[in-house]
Design a protein around this ligand. Structure first.
Ligand code: ADP
Ligand code: MG
Length: 557
């Protein structure tokens, strides 16, 4: 084909592809516009994962009638005027791309009115073209309705995940903006269900209460530091309150929600030695910097930024969080990593006296030699002797393997043992967790959970898999929901559930075991299908053969 300049409709769709990756991207752009317009109330509604409808209403400045059509032109913006402005951007938007991009891939209606107008204006666009334009009244502010997203981009539509997944992205996104702007009253309705509502009273802890529940809100530690180069504020979790993925790390730079590996590292550095492997903190961190200190124009969706002085920002954040942690008594156990979590592990209601720690599995495979327990090392490894040398067994990994095999077997054979709870447990979910729960409820029921909705994102857990009877139920549920939303793993849900349950039901490192318990653990490990690796593929044991020992001691060469 000869070279030719693309038609504007094609160009618009290509550009739109960068800005509007999925329904949540539309929600993001519309919320940012509302915030830039100074709104103190923003109501978001989505249907069918945002594909059928996305509606964002605000009480911001509104768009003057003569400018309304212009707002849908590419690179039309009221936020910057010249090159100098680009160096010191204080608004969230500035590229003038969002509205034209959205209009290129969906049907859009706008109803808006400014404070000086006596009547507002309405505009309806289809395939980027105006199909209707008239005067219509509304209170000051703007409502943008987006319908049939990606209808004319079948490839993109096909690429979208289930309604539940898209809903959960939207829920997560709105939660992030609510956390970034506690003074703005946000509401989110998904498929006609209220999912999130904040008061807009300016209190970050209250927003955390709405998004992550009251327990998290109460326990979060205040972060507050101004060391000259960057002002750092927000809330961060004590080490005993951790999550199994990084979805609960939120960073806002000059109030812009950003995804920044640098800031993640700075935060995790502050928790070094305080959290178990695979655990991550919950943090909401606001960083204020002079606008010249950062470049926000490196990403079409403005999700990434570049700091001029990366190292300075890194250490400001690390220091601010370390200081917050140091103000709590728990942080003093920094040198003993495992004691932090193991003490909190068992929920008092769930411990059943005289119950053997492990229930014997009756599977006939024998891939391990018979081992004799010699003792426990660092309350973490079992030292055992076999016919050919020494075995060091990781008690957590080994128990994980045992539980995983049993959970999977019970599920496959549809013979799941269920443990009813004498005292049902209440749990509050974040909007995102709630979406995941709705999507996975059937599976969770098959695995032995009975979870009932109590409205307002509260749930009551009435029964759990019997194999989980010793574990902390709330932690198990939140880890499960985390794992199910995690993008990293592409395993089928039933496998993610079995893995997560095994991991969280297993005895921890740092827990002292009696000889009887250690013998029982090894006996059960011998009977698993794959005794040498945990379900994540990590080794459960290290073997030093008699030959290796003799060599190490110079008995043979
Ligand atoms: P940008 O935000 O980068 O300026 P957009 O395409 O998102 O570009 O919006 C174009 C313009 O439309 C904005 O600069 C602003 O003037 C106006 N606008 C969009 N949404 C709103 C809103 N909710 N309230 C007031 N003005 C708005
Ligand atoms: Mg914008």
């Amino acid at each position: 084909m000869p070279i030719k300049v693309l038609e504007s409709e094609v160009v618009a769709k290509i550009a739109a592809g960068e800005v509007v990756e999925r329904p949540a991207s539309v929600v993001k752009e519309l919320i940012e516009n509302s915030l830039d317009a100074g709104a103190s109330q923003i109501a978001v509604e989505a249907r069918s994962g945002g594909v059928e409808l996305i509606k964002v209403s605000d009480n911001g400045a509104g768009i003057p009638a003569p400018e309304l059509e212009l707002a849908f032109h590419r690179y039309a913006t009221s936020k910057i005027g010249n090159l100098d402005d680009l160096e010191k951007i204080s608004s969230l938007g500035f590229r003038g791309e969002a509205l034209p991009s959205i209009a290129a891939v969906a049907e859009v209606e706008v109803l808006t009115q400014t404070s000086s107008e006596t009547i507002g204006s309405y505009l309806h666009l289809r395939k980027g073209e105006v199909v209707r334009k008239e005067s219509r009244a509304r209170p000051q502010g703007t409502t943008i309705t987006v319908r049939r997203l990606f209808r004319y981009l079948p490839a993109r539509l096909k690429f979208l995940k289930s309604v539940n997944t898209e809903n959960s992205h939207i829920a997560h996104l709105v939660s992030q903006y609510a956390l970034a702007f506690p003074e703005v009253k946000f509401s989110l309705v998904l498929d006609k269900r209220p999912s999130l509502r904040t008061t807009g009273n300016g209190d970050l802890r209250e927003v955390v209460n709405e998004t992550y529940g009251s327990e998290v809100a109460q326990r979060m530690l205040k972060v507050e530091q101004n060391d000259g180069s960057a002002k750092v504020g927000g809330l961060t979790s004590p080490p005993s309150l951790a999550r199994s993925n990084r979805n609960y790390l939120s960073f806002f730079v000059n109030r812009r929600w950003v995804r920044s590996p640098l800031l993640i590292r700075a935060t995790e550095e502050a928790y070094r030695g305080l959290l178990m492997d695979g655990k991550h903190p919950i943090a909401i961190i606001n960083i204020s910097l002079p606008t010249q200190e950062l470049d926000v124009n490196i990403h079409p969706a403005k999700a990434q930024i570049k700091f001029c002085h990366e190292q300075a920002v890194f250490s400001s954040v690390q220091k601010a969080i370390e200081e917050a942690l140091a103000r709590t008594p728990i942080a003093s156990s920094k040198t003993v990593p495992f004691s932090v979590s193991s003490g909190q592990w068992q929920s008092p209601r769930m411990i059943m006296d005289n119950e053997p720690a492990f229930v014997v599995a009756k599977l006939p495979t024998m891939e391990l030699p018979v081992l004799r327990v010699l003792g426990q090392l660092a309350n973490t490894y079992i030292i055992a002797e076999g016919p050919d040398g020494l075995y060091l067994i990781d008690q957590h990994a080994a128990h994980e393997r045992i539980l995983y095999d049993r959970i999977s077997a019970q599920w496959t054979q549809k013979e799941v043992e269920v443990q009813g709870l004498l005292q049902p447990i209440n749990i509050e979910l974040s909007p995102r967790e709630e979406e995941t729960l709705r999507a996975s409820k059937e599976f969770l029921t098959e695995f032995g959970f009975t979870i009932e909705s109590f409205g307002d994102r509260s749930y009551v857990i009435r029964a759990i898999p019997a194999l989980m009877a010793r574990a902390n139920v709330i932690e198990i549920i939140s880890a499960l929901l985390d794992n199910l939303t995690s993008k990293e793993s592409t395993h089928p849900w039933e496998e993610k559930i079995a893995q997560s349950l095994a991991c969280h039901g297993a005895i921890r490192a740092g827990q002292q075991l009696s000889n009887e318990e250690m013998r029982e653990l090894i006996k059960q490990l011998e009977q698993t299908k794959q005794p040498r690796a945990c379900p994540h593929g990590r080794p459960t044991m290290i073997h030093l053969s008699s030959h290796q020992l003799e060599k190490e001691f110079g008995r043979i060469s």
